[in-house]
Design a protein around this ligand. Structure first.
Ligand code: UGA
Length: 459
């Protein structure tokens, strides 16, 4: 498909151009940042019919992308990436100044990790904005896909205005991302909603149509102002953390009360006011976003002299829950000192190699501090593991990890752990104990193989 020359829109008859601006065909887009969000968006937009240049400043990653490989594991991204490359409409660049020329929309997808203060570090965004302020003009639209604190869109707009003058300034839109790692490709093509925040109607419409052009089914588009779009993102992640934290805490009570949390979760989830998703107890929520976004939200509240009591409790409860998992393991093996623990699963959830803020990190550290010997295995996160847990030896597979162990601990819900040959595992362990922190198996199944089994609230 030919890319659209700048300024070529369709305006519907009888409507003013300011109300209906529709790209007729593929739009030239620049995506800044070749990480998980940027790359999924870049390849996804190409599938929508757009032409995309993706800017990545890390030279090694750029070379990998140019040579046709994705530098990290994300389910289904390899094939989406290959399909996008085959169209000839996905290219990569290390030169931001050059790459944004003639692009209609510039999607910023750089990281905003927590700084030491707990608030979002906007260093990468600042660098990008400085460059954009020099080179953009008023026909271009800056789209903030990165998760950014409330007020950032307005600050970016002010910076552009200072450099370019109010009449020539590009529009600034907030289009927060709700992709889940491990499901990002699916989520990109099947979003429950798309949020677009901005103060210029034409720009909001243009970004809406970038999505509408490719969606094969109707998707609600929430149009709002920049600040609201920014807060929606934080509120979403904070609420998800609260929901998981709640079910995790309840699983501990179920352990004591002899009630099965899975039945409780299923029944409460049938109420549409509660909803059935994100009610799976685990070893504690993790990943690069939930904690970071709760901290930022709390920081925002503090800056207004307002206390987010629920947000703070959710953070604290998650730490306590990780300790609870360790206490359960200790109970199973009759004291951790001198025990050998096989940890299965290091990534913060299945179908990703990402270990950022994974519950496996604090759980393993607690085990080591208590004097246990730990050996670990993960289907995809092994290359990451030495960075986060350098002291932990890695096994070639789950069976090697389990050999001579006093307890197998499942921390990530990889499907292959559900399919383990439990007879083989039990036979080679020193003591056949298992802490299934993801409820992948059932007490009945474990009992069949003589495994002394503990789980999260599956009484
Ligand atoms: C989260 C949000 O779900 C996305 O909508 C958002 O786009 C993303 O953050 C982001 O801001 O970039 P993600 O971090 O990929 O996505 O992970 P989730 O699927 O939300 O899971 C978070 C953690 O909760 C994981 O450790 C997961 O194992 C755990 N979890 C999730 C449970 O323990 N139980 C559940 O029922 C669901």
């Amino acid at each position: 498909m030919e890319s659209l020359p700048r300024g070529a829109y369709n305006t519907e008859p009888g409507r003013s151009a300011s109300h209906e601006i529709r790209p007729l065909a593929g739009v030239p887009i620049c995506v800044i940042g070749g990480g998980f969000v940027g790359l999924v968006a870049a390849a996804g937009f190409v599938q929508f019919g757009h032409t995309v240049v993706c800017v990545e400043k890390d030279r090694d990653k750029l070379e990998q992308l140019r040579s046709g490989s994705v530098p990290f594991y994300e389910k289904d991204l390899d094939s989406l990436f290959r399909d996008a490359q085959r169209t000839g409409r996905l290219t990569f660049s290390g030169d931001l100044d050059e790459a944004v020329k003639d692009q209609r929309a510039i999607f910023i997808a750089v990281g905003t990790p927590p700084a030491d203060s707990g608030r979002a570090d906007l260093g990468a965004l600042g660098e990008v904005t400085e460059i954009l302020a020099r080179v953009l003009d008023s026909s271009q639209i800056v789209v903030l896909k990165s998760t950014v604190p409330v007020g950032t869109g307005a600050r970016v707009r002010r910076l552009l205005e200072e450099r370019a003058g109010t009449d020539k300034v590009a529009s600034v839109i907030n289009n927060p991302e709700f992709l889940r790692e491990g499901n990002a490709v699916h989520d990109f093509f099947h979003p429950p909603r798309i949020v677009i925040g901005g103060d210029r109607h034409e720009a909001v419409e243009f970004v809406s149509h970038i999505y509408r052009l490719g969606m094969t089914h109707p998707v609600p588009i929430v149009v709002t102002n920049n600040e609201t779009a920014e807060l929606i993102k934080y509120a979403s992640n904070a609420f998800l953390a609260t929901k998981i934290g709640f079910i995790n805490e309840l699983s501990g009570l179920c352990d004591l009360a002899g009630v099965n949390i899975l039945e409780v979760a299923r029944a409460i989830g049938m109420d549409p006011r509660i909803g059935s998703e994100f009610l799976n107890p685990g070893p504690g929520w993790g990943g690069s976003c939930l904690r970071k976004d709760l901290l930022e939200l709390s920081g925002l509240a503090d800056s207004h002299g307002y206390e987010l009591m629920i947000g703070r409790s959710v953070l604290e409860a998650n730490l306590r829950h990780q300790e609870y998992v360790v206490a359960r393991i200790s109970k199973l093996v009759g004291g951790l000192r001198g025990s050998r623990i096989a940890v299965l699963g290091l990534s913060f959830k299945a179908d990703t190699s990402d270990m950022r803020d994974s519950a496996a990190i604090p759980v393993v550290r607690h085990l080591l501090q208590a004097g246990a010997e730990v050996i670990a295995f993960d289907p995809k996160a092994m290359p990451e593991a030495p960075h986060y847990l350098p002291e932990v030896p890695l096994a070639a597979d789950a069976y090697e990890a389990a050999r001579d162990a006093d307890c197998v601990v499942i921390l990530t819900e990889w499907q292959e752990f559900q399919l383990l040959d439990l007879r083989r595992i039990a036979e080679t362990m020193r003591h056949p104990n298992m802490m299934d922190a993801r409820n992948l198996l059932t007490p009945e199944l474990a009992a069949r193989y003589g495994i002394n089994y503990a789980s999260m609230g599956q009484a």
